[in-house]
Write a new protein. Structure first.
Length: 154
């Protein structure tokens, strides 16, 4: 693991997103609460939160973090068709929370797949990416290109 002992404790946040495409009929089942396994959106939200809290157990060399906040939102998107997932992670600590936000999104999307696969095995997960990161030595980052750490060496 990277030595973070000399780093300052600061508030660090990260947001991530992703989506899952599915048949319109599958999205309708989820929207109407008719999926065989139950409340897909509610359970996927909880799964994402749980995934973020266990990131250090899933990703080698990640520091275990005492998260101050993890929020996971799922929204239905008729244009995909499917669901979009956004996660926000926040910690007061010495290392960032990008992996926790990305893990929350990934686990929430995998949970949607698991819960709806009986209706649609052709679902496709994609677009998982970091949207923003704030705090820490490297500065801020925004996927839209307005972050202060753009162009710095890794």
């Amino acid at each position: 693991m990277v030595d973070v002992g000399d780093k300052s404790e600061t508030v660090r946040t990260a947001t991530a997103e992703g989506h899952i495409r599915m048949k319109r009929e599958t999205l309708r089942l989820i929207a109407e609460g008719q999926a065989k396994k139950g409340d897909v959106v509610g359970i996927a939200r909880i799964a994402g939160i749980m995934g973020a809290k266990r990131t250090h157990e899933l990703i080698p060399l990640c520091h275990p973090l005492l998260l101050d906040k993890i929020g996971v939102e799922l929204t239905m998107d008729e244009d995909l068709p499917g669901l979009r997932v956004t996660a926000l992670a926040r910690v007061s600590g010495k290392t960032g929370v990008e992996m926790e936000a990305l893990t929350a999104v990934s686990v929430a999307l995998l949970t949607v797949y698991d819960m709806a696969k009986a209706a649609d095995r052709e679902m496709e997960i994609g677009g998982i990416r970091l949207l923003t990161k704030a705090g820490g030595r490297s500065g801020d980052y925004r996927a839209d290109g307005t972050g202060s750490d753009l162009g710095k060496a890794p």
